[in-house]
Design a protein around this ligand. Structure first.
Ligand code: CO
Length: 213
C-alpha cells in the first residue's frame, strides 16, 4: 500500500482528539519547544519515549539509536546532546535502555547481522569490560538482562564524560544524568541508581550503580 491511508486517518483523528481535549495545543507548541528532558533511548518500536511516560509532544527531546549507545565520535548523538543542553537548556539527560534489547542480545551472542555488527561492537566492549559479572550468570536470559543494565550504566557514564556535559557542569548549569531501564514485559521503568549532577559525583555514582547491579 503505497500511500498508507490508515496512518493519515489515524493522524487526523489524533490531532482532532488532542485539539478537542486541549484547545490551542498545537498553536502554542508551534511557537516554541521547551522540554526539560533529553531522552537517549533504544530505537526498538516497543519503547517509544513519550508514550511510556505518558507525556505530550513538546515535553521530551529524543534521540534513539540501536541499543541506546552514546559513542564519543557519534556526531548525530553529540549534536542532539549539544543542542538540548546548550540551547534548550534541558535539566535532565536520561539514558533509557530496556530488557529484551535485540541489540544487546545480538552483541552477547556475537551474531553476524551485517553493518550493524560494528555498532554493536560497543556493547561487546561493555561485555568484555564486565566479563566476570556476566560469566557468573549461567542463564542466558539473566546474562542478557545484566548486560542491558551494564550497557545503560556505561552509556550514562559516557554522557557524563562528553565535553557537552562537562562544560555545562563547569559553568554551573543544572544538569542531571540518569540511567533507567524499561521492562517490555510489564511496561514499567526502573531507576538503575545512576544519577549524577556534578563532575565530582560521576565516578562515585558509576561505582555505586555497578555495585548495585
Ligand atoms: Co533495544
Amino acid at each position: 500500500m503505497r500511500v498508507l491511508p490508515h496512518i493519515f486517518a489515524n493522524n487526523r483523528a489524533w490531532a482532532e482528539r488532542i485539539e478537542a481535549e486541549r484547545p490551542g495545543f498545537f498553536q502554542t507548541l508551534a511557537q516554541q519547544q521547551n522540554p526539560k528532558l533529553l531522552w537517549i533511548g533504544c530505537a526498538d518500536s516497543r519503547v517509544p519515549a513519550t508514550e511510556i511516560v505518558d507525556m505530550m509532544p513538546g515535553e521530551i527531546f529524543v534521540h534513539r539509536n540501536v541499543a541506546n549507545l552514546v559513542v564519543h565520535t557519534d556526531l548525530n548523538c553529540l549534536s542532539v546532546m549539544q543542542f538540548a543542553v546548550d540551547v534548550l537548556q534541558v535539566e535532565h539527560v536520561i539514558v533509557c535502555g530496556h530488557y529484551g534489547c535485540g541489540g544487546v542480545r545480538a552483541a552477547l551472542q556475537q551474531s553476524r547481522l551485517g553493518l550493524i555488527d560494528n555498532w554493536l561492537r560497543h556493547i561487546q566492549d561493555v561485555a568484555e569490560k564486565h566479563a566476570h559479572r556476566l560469566s557468573i550468570l549461567e542463564d542466558v536470559e539473566l546474562r542478557t538482562a545484566k548486560l542491558c543494565e551494564l550497557n545503560i550504566i556505561e552509556q550514562a557514564f559516557n554522557v557524563c564524560q562528553t565535553t557537552i556535559v562537562q562544560d555545562a557542569w563547569s559553568r554551573g548549569q543544572m544538569l542531571t544524568v540518569h540511567g533507567w531501564v524499561y521492562d517490555i514485559h510489564d511496561g514499567l521503568l526502573q531507576d538503575l541508581g545512576f544519577c549524577a549532577s556534578a563532575q565530582d559525583d560521576v565516578h562515585t555514582v558509576y561505582a555505586a550503580s555497578l555495585a548495585a547491579h
